[in-house]
Design a binder for this molecule. Sequence first.
Ligand SMILES: *C/C=C(C)/C=C/C=C(C)/C=C/C1=C(C)CCCC1(C)C
Length: 240
Amino acid sequence: MLLNILTIPKDDPVAFTFFTGYMAMLAASVFFFFERGSVDKKWKLSLLISGLITGIAAVHYFYMRDYYMATGDNPTALRYIDWTLTVPLMCVEFYLLTKAAGAKSSLLWKLILASAWMLIAGYIGEAFSDGSTGHSVQWGVLSTLGYIYILYTAWFGEVAQLAEKSNSTTVKNGVRTLAWFVLVGWSIYPIGYMCMDGGWLNTMLGWESSNIDLWYNIADAINKIGFGLVVYNIAIKESE
Ligand SMILES: *C/C=C(C)/C=C/C=C(C)/C=C/C1=C(C)CCCC1(C)C
Protein backbone atom coordinates (compact mmCIF):
# COMPACT_ATOMS: atom_id res chain seq x y z
CA MET A 1 0.00 0.00 0.00
CA LEU A 2 1.25 3.46 -0.92
CA LEU A 3 2.36 5.57 2.02
CA ASN A 4 0.43 8.71 1.37
CA ILE A 5 0.77 11.20 4.18
CA LEU A 6 1.06 14.35 2.09
CA THR A 7 -2.37 14.48 0.53
CA ILE A 8 -5.50 14.47 2.62
CA PRO A 9 -8.43 13.29 0.51
CA LYS A 10 -11.04 16.04 0.69
CA ASP A 11 -13.78 13.54 1.45
CA ASP A 12 -11.96 11.95 4.38
CA PRO A 13 -12.93 13.64 7.66
CA VAL A 14 -11.11 10.94 9.62
CA ALA A 15 -7.77 11.94 8.07
CA PHE A 16 -8.66 15.57 8.64
CA THR A 17 -9.25 15.05 12.35
CA PHE A 18 -6.07 13.00 12.73
CA PHE A 19 -4.05 15.98 11.44
CA THR A 20 -5.89 18.69 13.39
CA GLY A 21 -6.00 16.46 16.47
CA TYR A 22 -2.25 15.99 16.37
CA MET A 23 -1.52 19.71 16.03
CA ALA A 24 -4.08 20.73 18.68
CA MET A 25 -2.66 18.25 21.22
CA LEU A 26 0.86 19.51 20.56
CA ALA A 27 -0.14 23.17 20.89
CA ALA A 28 -2.09 22.45 24.08
CA SER A 29 0.95 20.76 25.63
CA VAL A 30 3.18 23.73 24.88
CA PHE A 31 0.52 25.98 26.42
CA PHE A 32 0.14 23.95 29.63
CA PHE A 33 3.89 23.55 30.12
CA PHE A 34 4.57 27.26 29.66
CA GLU A 35 1.64 28.32 31.82
CA ARG A 36 3.07 26.38 34.75
CA GLY A 37 5.05 29.57 35.32
CA SER A 38 1.85 31.62 35.84
CA VAL A 39 0.36 29.61 38.72
CA ASP A 40 1.14 29.08 42.41
CA LYS A 41 3.58 26.36 43.37
CA LYS A 42 0.83 24.01 44.60
CA TRP A 43 -0.85 24.05 41.16
CA LYS A 44 2.24 23.33 39.08
CA LEU A 45 1.85 19.57 39.32
CA SER A 46 -1.76 19.75 38.04
CA LEU A 47 -0.65 21.76 35.00
CA LEU A 48 2.24 19.39 34.38
CA ILE A 49 -0.25 16.49 34.31
CA SER A 50 -2.49 18.43 31.88
CA GLY A 51 0.53 18.92 29.61
CA LEU A 52 1.51 15.26 29.88
CA ILE A 53 -2.00 14.13 28.91
CA THR A 54 -2.04 16.19 25.70
CA GLY A 55 1.68 15.49 25.11
CA ILE A 56 1.24 11.71 25.29
CA ALA A 57 -1.78 12.06 23.00
CA ALA A 58 0.20 14.20 20.52
CA VAL A 59 2.87 11.51 20.14
CA HIS A 60 0.22 8.82 19.63
CA TYR A 61 -1.65 10.98 17.13
CA PHE A 62 1.59 11.37 15.19
CA TYR A 63 1.78 7.60 14.80
CA MET A 64 -1.96 6.95 14.49
CA ARG A 65 -2.21 9.52 11.70
CA ASP A 66 0.53 7.84 9.67
CA TYR A 67 -0.91 4.40 10.37
CA TYR A 68 -4.31 5.50 9.18
CA MET A 69 -2.95 7.29 6.09
CA ALA A 70 -0.86 4.26 5.12
CA THR A 71 -3.44 1.53 5.74
CA GLY A 72 -6.88 3.14 6.05
CA ASP A 73 -7.40 0.94 9.13
CA ASN A 74 -8.26 1.85 12.72
CA PRO A 75 -5.07 2.18 14.78
CA THR A 76 -6.68 0.21 17.63
CA ALA A 77 -3.52 -0.78 19.53
CA LEU A 78 -2.02 2.74 19.45
CA ARG A 79 -5.37 4.17 20.50
CA TYR A 80 -5.62 1.95 23.56
CA ILE A 81 -1.95 2.45 24.53
CA ASP A 82 -2.64 6.20 24.50
CA TRP A 83 -5.78 5.81 26.64
CA THR A 84 -4.06 3.41 29.07
CA LEU A 85 -1.65 6.22 29.90
CA THR A 86 -3.88 9.29 29.63
CA VAL A 87 -7.08 8.13 31.39
CA PRO A 88 -5.22 7.25 34.64
CA LEU A 89 -3.57 10.68 34.46
CA MET A 90 -7.04 12.22 34.34
CA CYS A 91 -7.83 10.25 37.51
CA VAL A 92 -4.71 11.85 39.03
CA GLU A 93 -6.18 15.28 38.21
CA PHE A 94 -9.35 14.41 40.18
CA TYR A 95 -7.19 13.18 43.05
CA LEU A 96 -5.00 16.32 43.12
CA LEU A 97 -8.05 18.60 43.04
CA THR A 98 -9.68 16.87 46.02
CA LYS A 99 -6.47 16.20 47.95
CA ALA A 100 -6.68 19.44 49.91
CA ALA A 101 -10.17 18.36 51.06
CA GLY A 102 -8.74 15.06 52.31
CA ALA A 103 -8.65 12.65 49.33
CA LYS A 104 -6.71 9.48 50.15
CA SER A 105 -4.52 7.63 47.69
CA SER A 106 -7.02 4.73 47.83
CA LEU A 107 -9.40 6.95 45.83
CA LEU A 108 -6.78 7.33 43.13
CA TRP A 109 -6.19 3.55 42.95
CA LYS A 110 -9.91 2.77 42.75
CA LEU A 111 -10.30 5.19 39.84
CA ILE A 112 -7.22 3.79 38.08
CA LEU A 113 -8.47 0.22 38.56
CA ALA A 114 -11.87 1.13 37.14
CA SER A 115 -10.26 2.78 34.09
CA ALA A 116 -8.01 -0.25 33.55
CA TRP A 117 -11.09 -2.50 33.64
CA MET A 118 -12.93 -0.20 31.23
CA LEU A 119 -10.04 -0.07 28.76
CA ILE A 120 -9.03 -3.76 28.87
CA ALA A 121 -12.63 -4.84 28.21
CA GLY A 122 -12.94 -2.22 25.44
CA TYR A 123 -9.69 -3.41 23.85
CA ILE A 124 -10.84 -7.03 23.83
CA GLY A 125 -14.14 -5.86 22.33
CA GLU A 126 -12.38 -4.03 19.49
CA ALA A 127 -9.10 -5.81 18.83
CA PHE A 128 -10.50 -9.35 19.04
CA SER A 129 -13.76 -8.56 17.28
CA ASP A 130 -15.06 -11.35 15.05
CA GLY A 131 -17.48 -8.87 13.52
CA SER A 132 -20.35 -10.27 15.58
CA THR A 133 -22.75 -8.14 17.58
CA GLY A 134 -22.55 -10.63 20.47
CA HIS A 135 -18.82 -10.09 21.03
CA SER A 136 -19.08 -6.32 20.69
CA VAL A 137 -22.02 -6.00 23.07
CA GLN A 138 -20.63 -8.40 25.70
CA TRP A 139 -17.31 -6.58 26.08
CA GLY A 140 -18.91 -3.19 25.62
CA VAL A 141 -21.24 -3.86 28.57
CA LEU A 142 -18.37 -5.10 30.75
CA SER A 143 -16.35 -2.01 29.86
CA THR A 144 -19.29 0.25 30.66
CA LEU A 145 -19.31 -1.06 34.27
CA GLY A 146 -15.90 0.59 34.77
CA TYR A 147 -17.14 3.77 33.14
CA ILE A 148 -20.21 3.89 35.39
CA TYR A 149 -18.02 3.46 38.47
CA ILE A 150 -15.93 6.51 37.49
CA LEU A 151 -19.05 8.45 36.58
CA TYR A 152 -20.66 7.63 39.92
CA THR A 153 -17.52 8.60 41.86
CA ALA A 154 -17.29 11.95 40.06
CA TRP A 155 -20.98 12.81 40.48
CA PHE A 156 -22.07 11.27 43.80
CA GLY A 157 -19.19 9.28 45.28
CA GLU A 158 -15.93 10.22 46.97
CA VAL A 159 -14.81 12.86 44.44
CA ALA A 160 -18.14 14.72 44.61
CA GLN A 161 -18.31 14.50 48.41
CA LEU A 162 -14.75 15.75 48.87
CA ALA A 163 -15.28 18.63 46.42
CA GLU A 164 -18.38 19.57 48.41
CA LYS A 165 -16.23 19.74 51.56
CA SER A 166 -13.63 21.94 49.88
CA ASN A 167 -13.68 25.52 51.14
CA SER A 168 -12.99 26.85 47.65
CA THR A 169 -15.98 27.46 45.37
CA THR A 170 -13.57 27.46 42.42
CA VAL A 171 -12.54 23.88 43.20
CA LYS A 172 -16.16 22.89 43.88
CA ASN A 173 -17.40 24.27 40.56
CA GLY A 174 -14.33 23.04 38.70
CA VAL A 175 -14.81 19.45 39.87
CA ARG A 176 -18.48 19.68 38.84
CA THR A 177 -17.42 20.85 35.36
CA LEU A 178 -15.01 17.92 35.10
CA ALA A 179 -17.84 15.60 36.14
CA TRP A 180 -19.83 16.99 33.18
CA PHE A 181 -16.88 16.12 30.93
CA VAL A 182 -17.01 12.54 32.20
CA LEU A 183 -20.78 12.38 31.63
CA VAL A 184 -21.06 14.07 28.24
CA GLY A 185 -17.55 14.10 26.73
CA TRP A 186 -16.67 10.54 27.70
CA SER A 187 -20.03 9.19 26.49
CA ILE A 188 -18.87 9.89 22.92
CA TYR A 189 -16.46 6.93 23.18
CA PRO A 190 -19.05 4.19 23.72
CA ILE A 191 -21.10 5.74 20.89
CA GLY A 192 -18.05 5.45 18.62
CA TYR A 193 -17.49 1.88 19.85
CA MET A 194 -21.03 0.92 18.86
CA CYS A 195 -20.25 2.08 15.30
CA MET A 196 -17.62 -0.59 14.68
CA ASP A 197 -18.30 -3.64 12.53
CA GLY A 198 -20.86 -5.74 14.37
CA GLY A 199 -21.41 -2.87 16.79
CA TRP A 200 -24.92 -2.26 17.92
CA LEU A 201 -25.39 1.12 16.13
CA ASN A 202 -23.48 -0.03 13.06
CA THR A 203 -25.76 -3.03 12.64
CA MET A 204 -28.83 -0.93 13.24
CA LEU A 205 -27.95 1.94 10.91
CA GLY A 206 -25.59 0.24 8.47
CA TRP A 207 -22.69 2.63 9.05
CA GLU A 208 -19.06 2.31 7.96
CA SER A 209 -16.68 0.99 10.58
CA SER A 210 -14.05 3.68 9.90
CA ASN A 211 -16.39 6.20 11.51
CA ILE A 212 -15.13 4.92 14.83
CA ASP A 213 -11.99 7.08 14.59
CA LEU A 214 -13.96 10.20 13.78
CA TRP A 215 -15.84 9.79 17.07
CA TYR A 216 -12.68 9.01 19.02
CA ASN A 217 -10.72 11.93 17.52
CA ILE A 218 -13.45 14.45 18.31
CA ALA A 219 -13.91 13.03 21.81
CA ASP A 220 -10.16 13.12 22.52
CA ALA A 221 -9.88 16.79 21.53
CA ILE A 222 -12.81 17.74 23.78
CA ASN A 223 -11.79 15.61 26.72
CA LYS A 224 -8.03 16.01 26.78
CA ILE A 225 -7.72 19.69 25.86
CA GLY A 226 -11.02 20.78 27.45
CA PHE A 227 -10.35 18.86 30.67
CA GLY A 228 -6.87 20.44 30.86
CA LEU A 229 -8.29 23.91 30.31
CA VAL A 230 -10.74 23.46 33.20
CA VAL A 231 -7.85 22.49 35.48
CA TYR A 232 -5.88 25.46 34.14
CA ASN A 233 -8.78 27.81 34.93
CA ILE A 234 -9.04 26.53 38.50
CA ALA A 235 -5.28 26.93 38.95
CA ILE A 236 -5.24 30.49 37.61
CA LYS A 237 -8.22 31.58 39.72
CA GLU A 238 -6.82 29.98 42.87
CA SER A 239 -3.44 31.63 42.28
CA GLU A 240 -4.83 35.16 42.19
C1 LIG B 1 -8.23 10.68 26.59
C2 LIG B 1 -8.99 9.54 26.51
C3 LIG B 1 -10.17 9.29 27.17
C4 LIG B 1 -10.78 10.26 28.12
C5 LIG B 1 -10.81 8.04 26.89
C6 LIG B 1 -11.94 7.60 27.42
C7 LIG B 1 -12.49 6.38 27.00
C8 LIG B 1 -13.70 5.86 27.38
C9 LIG B 1 -14.58 6.56 28.37
C10 LIG B 1 -14.11 4.62 26.78
C11 LIG B 1 -15.21 3.93 27.08
C12 LIG B 1 -15.71 2.68 26.49
C13 LIG B 1 -16.94 2.22 26.95
C14 LIG B 1 -17.67 2.89 28.08
C15 LIG B 1 -17.63 1.04 26.38
C16 LIG B 1 -17.08 0.62 25.05
C17 LIG B 1 -15.59 0.57 25.05
C18 LIG B 1 -14.95 1.93 25.39
C19 LIG B 1 -13.54 1.57 25.85
C20 LIG B 1 -14.88 2.75 24.10
